[in-house]
Design a protein. Sequence first.
Length: 258
Amino acid sequence: MRARSALFDVYGDHLRSRGDQAPVSALIRLLEPVGIAEPAVRTAISRMAAQGWLEPTRVDRAPGYRASPRAIERLSEAASRIYRSTPEPWDGRWRLVFLEAPRQRGERARLRRELTYLGYAEHAPGVWLCPFDRPEVDEVVGLAGGTARHAVAVELDPDPVGAWDLSGLAASYAAWPRFAERLLTDEPAHADEDEKAFAARFRLVHEWRKFLFDDPGLPAQLLPDGWPGVRAAELFTREAARLKPAADRFVGRCLGTA
């Protein structure tokens, strides 16, 4: 687990209801149970601040960082997908983005990752599609140095669903229950049960969040019958809710609000 990714988890899963901010000392304490050392946390904080995800502030007169407006928007969108209990309604139309990619190879690769995260897939060279409106797509493309034109379609050839690797995604979802069980049962000893619950839930959410980079969240009517993502999501939601009260107590202690 990388410190930068773990910090996104802290702000997205634990600080959104606590003012989107925390002292540096609390951030360090929160990541101790998942094995991330203080130097790595401080380095990640500095890099995220330089990238515009975090902003320096004072929290109870101590040095701290708050999530930037850009980060809050991204974290809120991610949370809505992580904890979504019902499929997003679809109007039957496909949103197309005709992309003029940036010239630099690194920026092109980063843009592809960002578009995939937003739920887009490449339907044809330079043509990306998604079943839903994603207003942030223009900002994402612009930050990478590209340009985008938009269109809407009802019918496309070949089948748009083929742009995603649903068989690979189904296999990952089918393997999730056993993987999640190992995450929850193999958690090492901790100082107390609240810290243990926090660490177990943290790892569970961290691993589940990876599906955001592979699963476009297609409407239910476009998915195969017996889609294993349904069972996987039910298990994740149930276990995350079970561990949340104890995890919240640990977070409160770290923030000095218990």
